[in-house]
Design a protein around this ligand. Structure first.
Ligand code: ATP
Ligand code: MG
Length: 372
């Protein structure tokens, strides 16, 4: 290791005054001499010594840091002895100084590397943000562009189905209905993607008005009942309150519809779905949090493991993503649910275990709180 530092200190600071005194007096006693130390700043210790005393300059790397003076028969010996001790002290000090210098060098390298990494990370984050913005814009534009021709397809399909282009055979009617069904499905998916991208780009806005959640839930449930009954699934509604909130009716309808659709979809035949609207608090179970309306959808379905719960709210995440999966959908329902509930100042909670069904609880601030 190359020496980069020399000891820049005068003799007086190499040892404490007590150490100097002990060193000088023990060497003076052993050699029967008078010994004195003078450093380059004029500090002096020991003695007394006269002008004829033997002198020894102490230097480090050619730089004088002080002088030793000794008087007596063994003056030379006393000086050599003191010099030897000082040499050892200086070597120790130098070693420590070198270690500190090396440590400083390593720290400087590490800080330099960290700064480099931070700069690279900053650049990467910047680039990712830019890509994310481009992606959201692209999705929003694409969704819009896809929706326009699809609306025409549906319009012309409906005209065909209504017989405006002439009577259809049973088979033809069947095919047209299938086309319309699939086109509707596609339109729903595109709308969801558009909504998801507008959420991501922070463009989600609410059209608030007083909404009775209970009424909205009853009307949504009625559109699920027939399909659920076919599979022997019973949907029960319990609503002890009217559940008045200040919200966006269309988006709230989507929240209820997504939660209901999941509950029915992930519940095996002959299962059960319970929908409740009741009073509560914004943080369920915390009486000190503001009053809220709770929308609770419970099913007796396949459930979700607790570790996966945070992920099911991520866009396009589905627990079973295999190509052979039994359930349809694209994995955006809950992303929208969470974004819509949070845009209303609420929050969503999940309680579930595999095989033990699932409970989704959406807590919305009551109209008074939301309107404050
Ligand atoms: N009630 C539920 N029981 C069990 N698993 C559920 C339930 N609700 C959601 N999940 C799991 O969370 C995933 C994401 O749900 P999400 O509603 O976002 O998507 P999806 O229903 O698969 O498709 P989409 O809603 O877009 O039609 C589902 O694929 C499913 O794995
Ligand atoms: Mg869904």
């Amino acid at each position: 290791m190359a020496r980069s530092h020399t000891i820049p200190i005068p003799l007086s600071r190499l040892l404490t005054a007590v150490e100097w005194r002990a060193l000088c007096s023990s060497i003076a006693a052993a050699t029967k001499t008078h010994l004195a130390v003078v450093d380059r700043d004029g500090w002096q210790l020991g003695g007394p010594v006269g002008p004829t005393a033997e002198r020894r300059e102490i230097t480090i790397d050619g730089e004088r840091i002080g002088t030793l003076l000794a008087e007596g028969d063994a003056a030379i010996e006393a000086l050599s002895l003191t010099e030897t001790v000082l040499g050892a002290v200086i070597r120790q000090a130098q070693l420590r100084l070198d270690a500190v210098a090396e440590h400083e060098r390593q720290m400087a390298t590490t800080i330099g590397e960290l700064n480099d990494k931070r700069e690279r990370l900053d650049r990467a984050v910047h680039r990712l943000e830019e890509l994310d913005r481009l992606k959201s814009n692209f999705l929003a534009n694409m969704s819009h562009e896809l929706r326009t021709p699809l609306t025409s397809i549906i319009g012309y399909g409906e005209m065909l189905a209504e017989g405006l282009a002439g009577p259809l055979s049973l088979d033809q009617r069947d095919y047209v209905q299938t086309i319309l069904g699939k086109a509707d499905q596609l339109l729903g998916l595109i709308s969801a993607v558009l909504d998801a991208s507008s959420i991501e780009s922070g463009q989600l806005s609410l059209d608030r008005m007083p909404v009775m959640l209970t009424q909205l839930v009853r009307s949504e449930v009625s559109s699920f009942v027939t399909a659920a009954q076919k599979r022997g699934i019973q949907i029960a509604v319990e609503a002890p309150v009217d559940g008045m909130i200040l919200g966006d009716r269309k988006k709230l309808r989507q929240v209820v519809s997504c939660l209901l659709s999941n509950a029915v979809k992930f519940t095996p035949d002959s299962g059960r779905v319970d929908v409740t609207v009741r009073g509560g608090t914004l943080i369920p179970g915390d009486p000190s949090s503001p009053p809220a309306v709770h929308l609770v959808v419970t099913d007796s379905g396949i459930g979700i493991s607790r570790q996966l719960v945070p992920q099911i709210f991520e866009p396009f995440y589905q627990v079973d993503s295999s190509s052979t999966r039994a359930f349809g959908g694209s994995g955006v329902g809950l992303t929208l649910v969470k974004a819509y509930v949070e845009a209303h100042g609420g929050s969503i909670w999940v309680d579930s275990d595999p095989g033990a069904g699932a409970t989704f609880l959406a807590a919305f601030p009551t109209a008074q709180v939301a309107g404050r």
